[in-house]
Design a protein around this ligand. Structure first.
Ligand code: GLN
Length: 304
């Protein structure tokens, strides 16, 4: 049992340690709007089963959640399509970068998993159905606001615009998927929805609360679906860094190139960390280290 005061000390120690680090990784620069962000920032927030929430560092600063949005998008797509989604996207780690194009051609336009970009584009297409993107985005934001218990969560339009103007790899992926018959909507429409969902801005406090349904504290979707999303977060949530993350942290987690990570200790905690500098795999360098420290101090692990 983790006592709240021990956890408060842990979080303060982790924030102090991260503040002292000089090697902080590089913020994503392929989305111009994210390139200028101050890499010195670090925030962490934890929600426990009893409703307690504890935070440290820059926990009230909004950041771009980017690929963490894929978790919420997947929950919506599964709600609409159920297991039919799995005819269009697989459930295997890719071993490739999040934005890789290589594997998609050799595997006939069926993405490895819903968390690599190709898989998330297919998942967004499925979640859209034949609705206008606005309707899907309203459902997605509504889901996130409900899970976070906070209406003050919005899309950062400047980030969405920035990626729309420069996201040529994602355009390549979407057009290839369309050519292979794995998109029902026009590529531009799907990418419009995808870029806007990635541009949702949240604080770690909001994000930790939004992850409570994955920790089993809040019932928004069926428990068996939660287990499957957590399994995919563990195996695919950090792309070609997923094995390393499972080894070091031992919890399901989903990263985003904004430097955020949402991690879940089922039944125990929902954890959000943020530090904008990334490692070579595009995952938050200090975010990962902070989670490793937290897991070591608390003993939280899904591996016993
Ligand atoms: N919007 C980003 C992209 O498509 C998301 C990538 C990420 O967070 N890993 O490139």
């Amino acid at each position: 049992m983790t006592l709240a005061h021990d956890l408060a000390q842990d979080l303060a120690a982790i924030a102090a340690e991260m503040a002292s680090r000089t090697d902080r990784g590089q913020p994503a620069d392929y989305i111009p709007e994210l390139a200028a962000i101050d890499a010195k920032q670090f925030g962490i927030s934890v929600c426990l089963a009893d409703g307690t929430q504890l935070s440290a560092g820059d926990s009230a600063t909004p950041f771009s959640i980017q690929s963490i949005s894929k978790v919420f998008g997947l929950a919506i797509a599964l709600g609409r399509l159920g297991d039919q989604l799995w005819t269009r996207v697989r459930r295997e780690p890719s071993g490739h970068a999040f934005n890789s194009i290589l594997q998609l051609e050799s595997e006939g336009g069926i993405p490895r998993n819903p968390f690599v970009n190709a898989g998330a584009i297919v998942t967004t297409d499925a979640a859209l159905g034949h609705r206008p993107p606005k309707e899907y985005l309203a459902e997605l934001i509504g889901f996130i606001r409900t899970s976070a218990g906070d209406e003050d969560i919005h899309i950062d339009r400047a980030v969405a615009r920035s990626e729309t103007e420069t996201g040529h790899r994602n355009f390549a992926l979407a057009h290839f998927l369309k050519a292979q018959g794995n998109l029902t909507n026009p590529p531009d429409l799907v990418l419009g929805a995808y870029f806007h969902q990635c541009a949702i801005a949240m604080t770690v406090e909001q994000l930790a609360r939004a992850g409570r349904f994955l920790a089993g504290f809040q019932r928004l979707i069926a428990p068996e679906r939660v287990r499957r999303i957590n399994a995919l977060m563990l195996t695919c949530g950090h792309y070609d860094g997923s094995g390393e993350f499972a080894f070091r942290v031992g919890l399901p987690g989903k990263s985003g190139v904004g430097g955020g990570i949402l991690a879940v200790a089922p039944g125990r905690a929902s954890i959000a960390v943020w530090s904008p500098g990334l490692n070579a795999q595009g995952n938050s360098l200090l975010g990962t280290e902070a989670l490793e420290m937290l897991a070591r101090r608390t003993g939280w692990s899904i591996f016993g």
